[in-house]
Design a protein around this ligand. Structure first.
Ligand code: 3QA
Length: 230
C-alpha cells in the first residue's frame, strides 16, 4: 500500500519529514516528492504550493504516478466557526469550492454540471480520526471546509462563505484534492489546524501561527498513519 501525505506549503510537511529521517527525493512536474518506508508501508509526501490548481496537480500525481491508494492532507486553515480557535483541529466531513460560480445560469454556488457542491471525505478515515482524537485526548471538530483561490482576510467574505456553504473553516486546497480523490476512487482525509480567523487580522495571525498550527496538524496525521499501518 502507498499512502500519500500532502500539504500546500513547505511548513505543512516539514514536521512530517522530520519524523521520518530517511527518504528518497524525486522531482516530478515541478514539485518534490519524498518517498519513505514507514513501518512496512510506502509513504509519498509532498507540498503542492498554494491553491486549487497546484493542489490538483499534486494530488493527481500522487495517485496516478506514485500509486497512492489513500491520501491524507495536513495543513492550516482560517476559522469561520467562532468555536474554532487558533491551534484547534478540524476534520473535513465534506468540502466545497466557494469560488466556483456559474450562478448566472441559475446554478447554486459551488456547482457545475456533472459535479456536486460537496465532496464527502472517506467514512472509514473519519472513524479512525475519532479513535485517534480519543487516544490523544484531543478535541477535534468535524465540519465543512470551503476552498477557494483566495486568502480570506475579510469578515464579510468569510461570513458569506459560512452562510452559503455552512462551512466551519476555509482554506485554498482541500476541495480540489477532494475532487481528484473522489474521481479516482482514492479514499481521502483533510485535516487542518486553525491559524487565523479569516478576518482583518488574518495575515498577522497566519504569520504568527503557521508553524505551530502546522505541527499540531502533522502530529495528528502521523497518529492517523500509525493507525492505518496497524
Ligand atoms: C495561504 C495558505 C494556503 O495554502 C491556504 C494557507 C489559512 N488561513 C487562510 C485564510 N484564507 C485562505 N486560506 C487560509 N492555507 C497562505 S498565503 C501566504 C503565503 O505567504 C490555509 C489558510 N484566511 C508566503 C510568504 O509570502
Amino acid at each position: 500500500m502507498t499512502l500519500a501525505i500532502m500539504g500546500a506549503m513547505p511548513e505543512e510537511i516539514a514536521p512530517i519529514l522530520e519524523k521520518l529521517g530517511e527518504y528518497k527525493t524525486t522531482k516530478y512536474a515541478g514539485n518534490t516528492y519524498y518517498e519513505a518506508n514507514y513501518k512496512g508501508i510506502q509513504l509519498v509526501i509532498a507540498y503542492s504550493k498554494i491553491g486549487k490548481v497546484f493542489s490538483t496537480l499534486t494530488a493527481t500525481t500522487m495517485c496516478e504516478h506514485f500509486g497512492a491508494t489513500k491520501l491524507l492532507f495536513s495543513g492550516v486553515a482560517g476559522a469561520i466557526s467562532p468555536k474554532l480557535k487558533v491551534g484547534d483541529l478540524i476534520v473535513a466531513t465534506k468540502l466545497a469550492q466557494h469560488d466556483l460560480d456559474i450562478t448566472a445560469f441559475g446554478h447554486p454556488f459551488g456547482y457545475v454540471p456533472e459535479g456536486s457542491i460537496y465532496v464527502e471525505a472517506d467514512k472509514e478515515l473519519l472513524a479512525l480520526s475519532k479513535e485517534v482524537a480519543l487516544e490523544m485526548g484531543k478535541s477535534v471538530q468535524e465540519g465543512i471546509i470551503a476552498t477557494g483561490d483566495q486568502f480570506v482576510a475579510d469578515e464579510e467574505r468569510k461570513n458569506w462563505i459560512g452562510e452559503i456553504f455552512h462551512a466551519d473553516a476555509l482554506e485554498m486546497e482541500g476541495a480540489s484534492v477532494a475532487v481528484v480523490c473522489d474521481a479516482l476512487h482514492v479514499p481521502f482525509f483533510i485535516l487542518r489546524a486553525i491559524s487565523d480567523a479569516a478576518d482583518m487580522d488574518a495575515s498577522f495571525s497566519f504569520d504568527e501561527f503557521l508553524e505551530t498550527s502546522a505541527v499540531e496538524s502533522a502530529e495528528f496525521v502521523m497518529k492517523m498513519v500509525d493507525k492505518i499501518v496497524r
